[in-house]
Design a protein around this ligand. Sequence first.
Ligand SMILES: Cc1cc2nc3c(=O)[nH]c(=O)nc-3n(C[C@H](O)[C@H](O)[C@H](O)COP(=O)(O)OP(=O)(O)OC[C@H]3O[C@@H](n4cnc5c(N)ncnc54)[C@H](O)[C@@H]3O)c2cc1C
Length: 301
Amino acid sequence: MTLTAEQRAEIAEQRSTSSTTLRAVAPGMEAHLYTPHEVLDHGLVRVIDYMGDDSAITQAARVSYGRGTRHVTNDEGLIRYLMRHWHSTPFEMCEVKFHVKLPVFVARQWIRHRTANVNEYSARYSILEREFYIPDPEHLAAQSTVNNQGRGELLEGEEAQRVLDLLREDAMRSYDHYEAMLSQDGQKGLARELARMNLPANIYTQWYWKTDLHNLFHFLRLRADAHAQYEIRAYAEVMCGIVKDWVPIAYGAFRDYRMGGANLSAKGVEVIKRRLRGETVTQDDSGMSAGEWREFEALWG
Ligand SMILES: Cc1cc2nc3c(=O)[nH]c(=O)nc-3n(C[C@H](O)[C@H](O)[C@H](O)COP(=O)(O)OP(=O)(O)OC[C@H]3O[C@@H](n4cnc5c(N)ncnc54)[C@H](O)[C@@H]3O)c2cc1C
């Protein structure tokens, strides 16, 4: 269970009061506002606030005085043009603020995305909850033999059980020691800022994470991608669903040009041209390295 009954009641209360505004409102995003989306075993993502919608992008691109009389089809064409030509600043006119609860080892990957504003739960000020990420058996895999930065076959039987037991036992033991060190029962009690160093990286932390749509797309392209670690991808995929409802046209262009599209080097373009002319091209006469050729063939072979 990610949220307590008290937290759920607080969210329900927040969703039950509304106010009128002259600002642009995206109906798809209003449906998500404040609502928690559960991720992993104790994590969540929820939208706390947002600014703009698809029209905010075209409005900024045209520097118009109002929402204008353009049709959705014009807006879609313009947004797709902007995305296609990496004209990114109009996408920066939309902003979103998320509340995310995530394991510390996921947070370490996430925080590398510098183009966001972050405020994290203070474990100097507050005591962390006894909540640890324990992978579901279908995500408990061995080191990949083909990708140094990934996982391969699933662990099975006794080995899987032993790993799960170790993860659970170590987490609980560390948390017991954390509590014992903090305790002021018959002792001074270690400062929270020091006691936390004994906790493992699968403990959950929380933060508010605010970014603009351009940088959010960059984050999603990297983290909703198959090469990203499953645990951060699980968050990115939920966020993709939210963005789809918020700015459906921009999200459609993003899926098409960024997630589904592919970059080609000059050498890659040349190989495709030669193949279209009927030539047989191999790695040796492509000018590409073995690794580059493998990736090229995986896409175009
Ligand atoms: C599959 C995968 C594997 C990874 N493996 C590793 C790894 O092994 N080790 C590791 O350390 N990291 C790793 N990373 C993290 C990666 O190198 C980036 O740090 C991370 O994805 C954030 O990307 P970013 O810098 O583009 O994003 P952001 O920080 O959001 O920046 C967005 C863009 O803004 C610009 N920018 C931001 N800050 C600056 C700056 N100070 N100077 C110049 N330009 C700036 C850049 O153009 C940047 O692309 C991995 C990431 C992925 C997705």
